[in-house]
Design a protein around this ligand. Sequence first.
Ligand SMILES: CC(=O)N[C@H]1[C@@H](OP(=O)(O)OP(=O)(O)OC[C@H]2O[C@@H](n3ccc(=O)[nH]c3=O)[C@H](O)[C@@H]2O)O[C@H](CO)[C@@H](O)[C@@H]1O[C@H](C)C(=O)N[C@@H](C)C(=O)N[C@H](CCC(=O)O)C(=O)O
Ligand SMILES: Nc1ncnc2c1ncn2[C@@H]1O[C@H](COP(=O)(O)OP(=O)(O)OP(=O)(O)O)[C@@H](O)[C@H]1O
Ligand SMILES: N[C@H](CCC[C@H](N)C(=O)O)C(=O)O
Ligand SMILES: [Mg+2]
Length: 479
Amino acid sequence: MTKLKDLFPLVEDGETEITGMTADSRRVQPGYLFAALKGTVSDGRDYIPQAIEKGAVAILSDSGVDVTTAAHVIADEPRRALALAAKYFYNSQPKTIAAITGTNGKSSTVDFCRQIWTGAGLSAASMGTLGAIGPKGKIDVGHTTPDPVTIHETLRELAGQGVTHCAMEASSHGLEQHRLDGVDLAAVAFLNFTQDHLDYHATMEEYLNAKLRLFRDLGRQGMPAIVNADSDHRDVFEKAAAEHGLNVVSFGWRGEDLWIDEIMPRATGQVLNLFWRDVEQKPFELPLIGEFQALNALAAAAICLSLGMEFEEVAKGLQNLKPVKGRLELVGKTEAGAGVFVDYAHTPDGLDVLLRAVRPHTAGRLKVIFGCGGDRDAKKRPLMGEIAARQADDVIVTDDNPRSEDPALIRKAIMAAAPEAREIGDRGEAIRTLIAELQKGDTLVIAGKGHETGQIIGKEIIPFSDQDTALAALEGGAG
Ligand SMILES: CC(=O)N[C@H]1[C@@H](OP(=O)(O)OP(=O)(O)OC[C@H]2O[C@@H](n3ccc(=O)[nH]c3=O)[C@H](O)[C@@H]2O)O[C@H](CO)[C@@H](O)[C@@H]1O[C@H](C)C(=O)N[C@@H](C)C(=O)N[C@H](CCC(=O)O)C(=O)O
Ligand SMILES: Nc1ncnc2c1ncn2[C@@H]1O[C@H](COP(=O)(O)OP(=O)(O)OP(=O)(O)O)[C@@H](O)[C@H]1O
Ligand SMILES: N[C@H](CCC[C@H](N)C(=O)O)C(=O)O
Ligand SMILES: [Mg+2]
């Protein structure tokens, strides 16, 4: 039984029993603590009466409201207070948790960490855009970095399954909104920083500061801080690490702890020459294509090494890595052998590295189908158009979750920088048309939706899968 004073030792009415907690009045049940948070769309404080009516016995908020019919916990930073309350309420986390931030590559890296740990016989999990994946399968968590109540409920569930090692994605939204403040971290990691999310963060500087919270506010003295040495933002993260007493472990081409000095591309993988401090591993084949995938694999290796795994075992894990759903996933080939890939590139840098990764595997023409999400950073649209036009031989602009926006206007914004591109709004039609056109030696990349299973139009989610659509077109004998 949890009492309010177990969560907030100094509060009045501390003997009140708490049966659960939420920041959403619609999910309140009798005995709950309701956190009334000011959000981007509405103000949770307006829902206090509704929450009390549904049985909330305690309200957590800032000092801007009066509460008389339930216990009232006032906090300067209610989001942080909720995260800490969730930590104490659920009170069980895997022993070793790493949190990873970066514009691109988080889902891949947390997945690779889980694979390397599991391959070494540890009970491991990952949490992020693809859900929480543990020994008993997948738990849906809704967001890349879910709300703190979901995080701690899930961490408790994973710990109950025996999970000792967990890698979590730290999105900038999650960091800014204190969703991770109650997680007991053993390591933090930074992958890269490029443009995204300018719908939410006012400037790139604010976006950067949100990411830096992982090192500045969630890092602890002596903790490994894994840094991509090839990132333009290496210095700012290393400086933050030094200021907070974290131990920098750098990886990449320019890594000082874990580095590669050569990549030799192969048909279905790449041979890496890998070094860990003073140990050199014999060259070995990573069964994934694309330099960016090699660097994400290195990030995961650096995390596992920093947390105590042996180099031999990590290298073995790298050799056994399986592709991550919707990340440079080879869905199939036409009869003539043209490859069709599905990928989740949804940022300018993501699209750029993706197309550069696939080019060496393309003897003929490189074709890309992509769009941009509605209600998301509009500034990235022309940038992605320009990159596609420059890096691909055939560009098809289509729809990708238009949400509340007019899809034709999103396409127009992309095409402003890709005047030669073809416009096929219907994503299914775009995929079928392009697969039918593929010639021997061509490659088709369908970017932006990766693992997603729906197209969000207005508030409706219409079931849609790039993989299923492409497979059906391939099986229909197209090409
Ligand atoms: C911009 C953003 O991050 N919004 C998230 C945030 O909402 P918010 O705090 O702004 O909430 P709001 O809708 O203004 O409402 C304020 C408060 O009133 C409450 N409320 C509202 C209505 C009601 O009837 N009763 C009630 O109590 C809400 O629960 C909330 O606590 O907190 C909510 C609860 O956790 C999230 O569901 C919501 O995600 C929205 C839907 C979203 O789309 N978020 C995306 C952009 C996101 O978080 N993405 C990141 C990054 C992904 C990436 O890296 O690409 C992620 O980590 O997934
Ligand atoms: N290290 C990287 N550098 C640049 N682009 C990358 C990198 N890793 C992955 N990408 C691109 O970003 C896409 C998404 O990868 P992933 O899902 O791992 O990133 P993420 O950071 O989890 O994204 P999200 O912000 O949506 O959670 C990939 O499909 C690829 O196109
Ligand atoms: N999780 C990210 C990626 C979404 C990718 C794309 N499919 C889109 O809808 O923009 C976001 O919500 O910004
Ligand atoms: Mg992700």
